[in-house]
Design a protein around this ligand. Structure first.
Ligand SMILES: *Cc1c(COP(=O)(O)O)cnc(C)c1O
Length: 316
């Protein structure tokens, strides 16, 4: 019975994301953070890899990779408080890197790459945890795409990786079976008991995108419209500020601050009372963050903007 569910989920992901046949798909336990280790364990074949640091998750990924080899931080926007992503053309990539790693959408800072590094012969590896299925992706630009499913796809606890076939099978002998991409993929993600419910839910969400939304191009239009409502409002006034460079603004996570930390606190409290929950920014950056993932309807964003206007008028 389960065989049909997992096969249908994978087939749906392949259709929705238009994944070429020379890419394998695997379902893995342990969320995206386990992928931070699995990527170097499986793909760092030269003992060296390049990382672009654009926020907390890409830093965590780089720090984890250091346990397995040499990590070259080829670009970072730490100096800019991660208010933008690195210029991928200006980065100086290493000759001997096994891969180049990026975090495509920076959940905490509300930034994203609209252009990705393309270096001949060096595969690009991307953490897409907080933007996956938000719009079309050209899978052929990547050697490996991975994501924790809990933002846009399914309940927490699982990650999915999409890996170009030729990159598989080069892990060291001592890599544990459960952490070896090839073990899981060769066993159709059923080497051990798979995260059944997460996979089942992933299938339902993919059918929703395909059958009810009409695919990723349509999903992207919805997300662009939703984000534009918030950014247009933010740009139209002076009370709230969005710290992000315009060209790098995320469609999924919109960050903003009020004139003071006290007002930020008041905003979050009054917003929660009005039914807008989880608006507090990450503890490392403060302020507010509206995560408007695929599941957030347009009305949710419209109502939030109405609430923000009211709050600004009352507290200006
Ligand atoms: C949420 C998130 C993670 C962490 O995912 P876990 O499944 O909790 O390990 C990693 N990267 C990005 C970009 C995220 O948004």
């Amino acid at each position: 019975m389960y065989d049909a569910i997992i096969k249908d989920t994978e087939a749906s992901l392949r259709r929705v994301m238009n994944i070429p046949d020379n890419y394998k798909v695997g379902f893995f336990q342990g969320g995206a953070s386990t992928q931070f280790a699995m990527v170097p364990m499986n793909l760092m074949t030269t003992g060296e890899a390049d990382y672009l640091v654009s926020g907390q998750f890409s830093k965590k990924a780089a720090d984890e990779a250091k346990k397995f080899g040499r990590v070259n931080i080829v670009a970072s926007t730490k100096e800019e408080n991660f208010s933008c992503v690195p210029d991928v053309d200006a980065a100086i990539y290493s000759k001997n890197a096994s891969y180049i790693h990026i975090c495509q959408n920076n959940t905490i800072y509300g930034t994203r790459y609209t252009k990705v590094p393309q270096v001949a012969g060096v595969p690009l590896v991307a953490d897409m945890s907080s933007c996956i299925l938000s719009g079309p992706v050209d899978v052929t630009k990547y050697g490996c795409i991975y994501f924790g499913v809990q933002k846009n796809v399914a309940p927490a606890g699982m990650a999915i990786a999409i890996i170009r076939e030729d990159l598989l099978g080069h892990a060291a002998e001592n890599v544990p079976s459960m952490l070896n991409y090839k073990t899981i993929i060769d066993n159709d993600s059923m080497y051990n008991t798979p995260p059944c419910f997460c996979i089942y839910m992933t299938g339902l969400v993919l059918h929703w995108i395909e059958d009810e939304i009409g695919g990723l191009a349509e999903m992207e239009k919805r997300n662009e419209r939703k984000a534009a409502v918030l950014y247009d409002y933010l740009d139209s006034q002076d009370f709230f500020k969005n710290p992000v460079k315009k060209s790098d603004r995320s469609l999924m996570n919109v960050t903003f601050t009020s004139p003071s930390a006290e007002l930020d606190k008041k905003f979050c409290a009054e917003a929660a009372e009005a039914g807008f929950v989880n608006l507090k920014g990450h503890r490392s950056v403060g302020g507010m963050r509206a995560s408007i993932y695929n599941a957030m309807p347009a009305e949710g964003v419209d109502k939030l903007v109405d609430f923000m206007k009211k709050f600004a008028a009352e507290n200006a």
